[in-house]
Design a binder for this molecule. Structure first.
Ligand SMILES: Nc1nc2c(ncn2[C@@H]2O[C@H](COP(=O)(O)OP(=O)(O)OP(=O)(O)O)[C@@H](O)[C@H]2O)c(=O)[nH]1
Ligand SMILES: [Mg+2]
Length: 397
């Protein structure tokens, strides 16, 4: 089954703790501090992979965690960075946060976004040494990695998309003009999931993608037929190809039915430029007429997917009607970052230090006890551990 939505939970890696350590060597009775820093937590990254067609890979697994940074060690050894976890998604995937805000739009192959950033590492005690504090008996703990529940929504990227009533011949048209092999049959709702086809220019210099989606009927916006949720895949097409079975009466009226459903969907679909494809002309004696003055209609084609009449002309015209799209320049490393909006929690205003006794809080101590307890727990504090806050020693409850 084609899956155009998935909900996943991502958890970046925790930063490694700084090390609390003093140099120990023969003949050096009291060595200085030499605790190294922890390693940063691994990021959780989403990457647009052109080889993927949908989000069905996320049916089996929804929770993902990146690696934790390693703790620092003595002799100024810094901890290794936590392992980055990269999740591959199809090109055209939008990433939404819990408030339904789009935080990233992975619309080009190779686009990537850090969905959850790894936690900052803690600094080792060496970093806290100063002329007045030669032997710091504490080191900083690493911070937890970001965590988020994300909604992934695939919106196919196509130059043109087919729209029309069931049985109009949309899939037949895609079969005629592209490399795709959608199912074609003499009953409504043959197509159950969107499919993309690639159309080659007659001179071989360009390619276009065309999306075929399930047929629409009156009331689709209220869920009749297959509903209109598949129209999300029309949202990013520059041109709609409205296919109409011209062997039936009243093509203009059937055009209006689909037009109403496009308008009911929203997203301004009804104002997209449209080309009308009057199909099945092989069943008519006279070429069909289509008397409608409408600024949105850029061309009217008369074709037969059965005999191939008019198809070459339509294919050629498609390349005129869909000018090449400007794709954003990839950055030097070949990756395109598509960061639309990224809320980031403000950094903490306090630090948790590990001492040889237990823990110490420095900076602005949070008033909210729960916040402090959670932060201590994340730093590895257990029940009974001593915590020094503002010169007072408390015990973790
Ligand atoms: N005679 C004739 N039949 C056609 C033509 N184009 C398509 N058909 C037939 O019309 C029927 C429906 O074609 P499809 O391509 O499956 O139609 P569709 O619009 O994709 O239908 P849904 O996926 O159900 O929305 C099939 O039996 C096709 O063989 C044509 O130009 N002439
Ligand atoms: Mg079809």
């Amino acid at each position: 089954m084609f899956q155009d939505r998935a909900e996943i939970h991502v958890h970046a890696g925790r930063g490694g703790d700084g090390s609390l350590h003093f140099r120990r060597e023969k003949h050096v009775p009291r060595g200085g501090p030499d605790g190294g820093d922890g390693g940063p937590g691994g990021d959780l990254v989403l990457l647009a992979d052109p080889d993927l067609r949908d989000l069905s890979a996320f049916r089996a697994k929804q929770r993902f965690k990146a690696g934790s940074g390693e703790p620092g060690r003595g002799a100024l050894k810094h901890g290794a960075t936590g392992e980055t976890v990269e999740l591959r998604v199809p090109v055209g995937t939008q990433v939404l946060d819990e408030d339904e805000q789009v935080i990233a739009d992975l619309a080009t192959p190779g686009a990537r976004v850090i969905a959850a950033r790894g936690g900052r590492p803690g600094r080792g005690n060496k970093r806290f040494a100063s002329p007045t504090r030669r032997a710091p008996r504490f080191a900083e703990t690493g911070l937890p990695g970001e965590e988020a529940t994300l909604d992934l929504r695939l919106k196919l990227l196509a130059d043109a998309a087919l729209a029309g009533l069931p049985n109009a011949g949309k899939s037949s048209l895609l079969t005629r003009i592209s490399n795709a092999k959608p199912k074609v049959a003499d009953y409504p709702f043959t197509t159950l999931a969107p499919i993309l086809g690639t159309v080659d220019a007659p001179d071989g210099t360009r390619q276009l993608t065309v999306a075929d989606v399930p047929g629409l009927i009156e009331g689709a916006s209220e869920g009749v037929g297959l509903g209109h949720e598949f129209l999300a895949h029309l949202e990013r097409a520059n041109l709609l190809l409205h296919v109409i079975d011209s062997s039936e009466d009243d093509a203009v009226e059937r055009f209006a039915t689909i037009d109403r459903e496009l308008a009911a969907y929203g997203a301004d679909l009804e104002n997209r430029p449209q080309a009308i494809v009057l199909n099945k002309i092989d069943l008519l004696v006279e070429p069909p007429s289509f008397d409608l003055e409408d600024d949105r209609i850029v061309r009217v084609f008369r074709v037969s997917c059965a005999t191939g009449a008019g198809i070459d002309e339509l294919r050629r015209a498609l390349f005129e009607l869909c000018p090449p799209q400007q794709s954003p320049e990839p950055s030097k490393d070949g990756l395109v970052d598509f960061l639309v909006y990224r809320p980031r929690a403000g950094g903490r205003r306090f630090r948790i230090l590990r001492t040889d006794q237990g823990f110490r809080i420095s900076g602005e101590v949070p008033e909210d006890e729960e916040e402090l307890a959670a932060a201590l727990k994340a730093a590895g504090a257990r029940k009974g551990d001593e915590v020094e806050v503002d010169g007072e020693v408390l015990e973790v409850q």
